[in-house]
Design a protein around this ligand. Structure first.
Ligand SMILES: Nc1ncnc2c1ncn2[C@@H]1O[C@H](COP(=O)(O)OP(=O)(O)OP(=O)(O)O)[C@@H](O)[C@H]1O
Ligand SMILES: [Mg+2]
Length: 374
């Protein structure tokens, strides 16, 4: 720890140092929140976070996997007026089966569903006065969305199987790596709930847009590993060249894994590319935003399929995976019917055969949907 303290100005920006100090004051060294990096985008975001944390309005954090959404949620708690009250985190998909989500949020009475063997408080009550962190909010079931909306709007809710109305005063911070706008357009997420959750919006930038932060993060990880295992190691020049052009699809979480893999598998004190290269992903994840835009244009009937999708695909501007994603989303809205999809996208019915031939010929039919009907 001593050498990290000596070099902490090296790893942390001013707002990150304040955050670190506040978190240590609140819960000791083990609870330190450490946000490494000096890139302008990161520092700007932390400055904004410090300001908005002082208020009571709900916060939505939208960012790629592994960018630090949960750390930011904790930071909002630590820097806000509710810091001496609980921070309770709920992972939405983990409890996705109907009753379980609702019970996790609002509690239940004994016997209210199979498996409810005793009364149980939900996280709203446990967190009363504090902060509830709803992770992966995009996966929340519809019934749970309805109850959540009511709880936010009125502060009131009912545990499952109970007719007593309870109240809890919580600040809600939610996080998602999916586009909630898109889920709303697909009718998987309630628009009114989205408005309630998104008073303040944070979009932590992906690591590839944070300048040299990756280098600092690597040093930080190596320093931590050194402290824990007693051997100082560093990446050699070739390894750093390889990583300099790597787009980090899994962001900080992935970087931590790569540093640990390189550290563990390298024989001497130099980590070489071959020690970790097979962990690197090939290419970027599908550019969700481009696919989103296209999907909405197709749904909004403002363009035609042959120009917007067929042509860019043939020209290799659009990947097979992107087209499959588009078709799968469309089919979901069309209840699995290709003919209905043609109607939704205003493709003339006379193009049906041509459309199906195109999908078949280029292996663009998404998995999980039956064959076309006639
Ligand atoms: N800037 C940073 N400096 C140091 N560590 C960081 C930073 N950002 C994130 N981390 C660490 O990276 C890991 C991933 O962060 P976190 O769990 O907050 O991300 P997430 O966005 O919630 O990820 P996921 O989408 O996978 O749930 C954690 O171990 C966290 O402490
Ligand atoms: Mg997370």
């Amino acid at each position: 720890m001593a050498d990290v303290t000596a070099r902490e100005g090296h790893f942390f920006s001013e707002p990150a140092l304040r955050l670190r100090a506040a978190s240590v004051r609140l819960s000791g060294a083990a609870g330190a929140i450490e946000i490494v990096g000096h890139s302008a985008r990161l520092v700007e975001m932390l400055g904004k976070l410090e300001k908005l944390a002082r208020y009571e309005e709900p916060v939505l954090i939208h960012g790629e996997s592994g960018v630090g959404k949960e750390s930011l949620a904790q930071a909002i708690h630590v820097l806000g007026p509710r810091r001496h009250r609980p921070f309770v985190s709920v992972n939405c998909p983990q409890y996705q089966e109907g009753n379980l989500t609702v019970s996790e949020l609002f509690g239940h009475r004994k016997g209210s569903f199979t498996g409810a063997i005793a009364d149980r408080k939900g996280c709203f009550e446990t967190a009363d006065g504090g902060v509830v962190f709803l992770d992966e909010i995009g996966d929340l079931s519809m019934p749970a969305q309805v109850m959540l909306l009511r709880a936010i709007a009125s502060g009131e809710f009912q545990p499952l199987g109970s007719d007593m109305v309870r109240r809890a005063n919580v600040r809600i911070v939610s996080a998602t790596n999916r586009s909630l706008n898109q889920l709303v357009a697909e009718r998987h997420f309630r628009n009114d709930l989205l408005f309630r959750l998104r008073y303040f919006l944070f979009e932590p930038p992906p690591l590839r847009e944070r300048g040299d932060d990756w280098r600092l993060l690597l040093d930080y990880c190596l320093e931590r590993l050194h402290q824990r295992y007693g051997i100082a190691k560093r990446f050699d020049a070739d390894a750093l060249t390889l990583l300099a052009s790597y787009p980090w699809p899994g962001n900080v979480r992935e970087l931590i894994g790569i540093a640990a893999t390189g550290y563990a598998l390298s024989d001497g004190d130099l980590i070489r590319a071959h020690d970790f290269a097979d962990r690197l992903e090939q290419g970027l994840p599908a550019q969700e935003s481009d696919v989103d835009v296209l999907f909405h244009r197709l749904q909004g009937q403002s363009g035609d399929f042959w120009r917007l999708v067929h042509h860019p695909f043939i020209e290799r501007d659009l990947s097979r995976r992107d087209v499959r994603t588009l078709v799968a989303r469309g089919l979901r809205d069309a209840q699995g019917s290709y003919r209905r999809l043609l109607e939704l996208w205003r493709i003339p019915a006379s193009h049906y055969q041509k459309f199906m031939d195109f999908l078949r010929h280029h292996r663009l039919k998404p998995q999980g949907f039956g064959d076309e009907e006639t």
